[in-house]
Design a protein around this ligand. Structure first.
Ligand code: SF4
Ligand code: SF4
Length: 419
């Protein structure tokens, strides 16, 4: 990585603390990712993105801002990227996936809270995340209670706007969400001084649909037995989707898919068990569960998570004569995401069953970040539905620390023997 200290300084970062964070990542990445065998050549792009995660991309954000552009940070797949992009904004996902930030998060939050929330708050208040520091606005949403309340704390540190997400999916709720998107458009127009038009919105919808299609193509390839890509690599691609340049990212996912398509014909059969992971999101650099599983005799072939299928399934319809039609299309597409914050949420159970069949999985790992109530309450419904279909399931509740790695490994080993 080049010398970015001046840039980091200009972003009012805590350089000393940030050095400590930067010291951990290369070693972790080396042992988790670079140690994998038979990786696709095209993964080199994603290796490069990670090596420059606090460098080149931050410089790009900075250049955009120097030219008068804005950067907006988001925390949930419900915040519509199509609007941000259409108004010339670079959107970056800010979910925190590192144990490094937990200690700072716990200074202002209770300890018995989901690590994702503690990490993103810790990242902001410690001034060690250059993405947070590059944002002109943070956009939260009323999803789970922990996040909702955490935005009140973030607002003390940075300009923060919160979208009100309905918690049910009736026609009335879709209309409410549509109105909320219009409020959001207003906010972003005021921030940027740009105006949303039919043309820029339609182009943005097309661009982001293309990105979702590329990810879908990648996941389709994972349906092959054996899958031509490890779960770890697929997870990395999904995580990078949240902050990389949209066009460049899409192009590189397509290149990766071209290579994997060719690879399929020469893949030798193996005895690895095919697993699905379902549950809470895995923000970068949370590779813990995938790393444990794929070091055993198993391969993760699909993730029903927000860093998996929930991010790219369903496109925004490009049909519509007016800007209002397009906004309605956006509202409809986003309300199809099946997050446990909704009630009822039968759609998620149906998705899990469908994906288990489509990807021919031998078992399902229910991944629950500690203290995440919506997903842990929903576990019983999923358990019952999978039992009815004779699909084996294991619940792993964990955080970002490494203390329970041995215990998780033993439990997964026993699960793999059983299925
Ligand atoms: S799990 Fe729910 S709240 Fe969390 S990012 Fe996904 S949609 Fe948003
Ligand atoms: S993982 Fe659960 S508790 Fe944590 S932010 Fe997402 S919905 Fe909220």
């Amino acid at each position: 990585m080049g010398d970015y200290r001046k840039l980091w300084e200009s972003l009012q970062m805590d350089l000393e603390k940030h050095d400590a964070l930067c010291a951990v990542l290369p070693e972790l990445y080396g042992s988790v990712y670079l140690s994998q065998k038979d990786r696709a050549e095209a993964m080199n792009y994603f290796n490069f993105v990670i090596s420059e995660v606090h460098g080149l991309r931050i410089e790009e954000l900075n250049n955009h801002r120097q030219k008068g552009g804005k950067v907006v940070g988001t925390f949930c797949v419900y915040v519509p990227d199509e609007i941000l992009n259409a108004l010339g904004v670079i959107g970056v996902g800010l979910c925190g996936g590192s144990q490094f930030w937990i200690e700072d998060g716990e200074k202002v939050l209770p300890r018995n809270l989901c690590p994702l929330i503690k990490a993103f708050v810790g990242a902001k208040i410690s001034a060690t995340c250059p993405y947070f520091q590059s944002c002109d606005l943070l956009v939260g949403e009323t999803t789970c209670d922990g996040k909702k309340k955490a935005y009140e704390i973030l607002a003390e540190y940075a300009p923060t706007y919160v979208m009100e997400l309905p918690q049910m999916k009736r026609e009335k709720d879709i209309k409410d969400w549509e109105a909320e998107i219009k409020r959001f458009i207003n906010e972003i127009e005021n921030l940027t001084g740009n105006k949303l038009t039919y043309e820029n919105l339609k182009n943005s919808i097309k661009l982001i649909n293309k990105k979702r299609r590329a990810l879908k193509r990648l996941y389709e390839l994972r349906k092959n037995t054996p899958s031509p890509i490890s779960g770890l690599d697929a997870l990395l691609v999904s995580q990078i989707a949240f902050y990389d340049d949209i066009e460049r990212f899409t192009e590189n996912v397509e290149k990766l898919c071209d290579e994997l398509e060719k690879k399929i014909s020469i893949l030798k059969a193996n005895r690895k068990k095919r697993l699905m992971v379902t549950g809470t999101p895995m923000a970068i650099p949370n590779w813990k569960l995938h790393h444990i599983i794929e070091n055993l005799d198993a391969q993760i072939v699909v993730e029903e998570t927000c860093t998996g299928t929930r991010y790219f399934e369903n496109e925004v319809s490009e049909d519509g004569e007016t800007i209002d039609d397009l906004i309605r299309n956006i509202a409809e597409r986003y309300m199809k995401i099946n997050c446990a914050c909704f009630t009822p949420n039968e759609g998620r159970v149906e998705d899990i069953i469908r994906l288990a069949e489509e990807y021919k999985v031998d078992g399902v790992v229910y991944y629950n970040l500690s203290f995440c109530q919506p997903y842990s309450v929903e576990y019983k419904r999923v358990e019952k539905a999978l039992k009815d279909k004779n699909i084996p399931l294991i619940l792993i509740e964990t955080d970002y620390s490494t203390e329970d790695v041995g215990q998780i490994k033993t439990r997964i080993e026993a699960f793999l023997e059983m299925i």
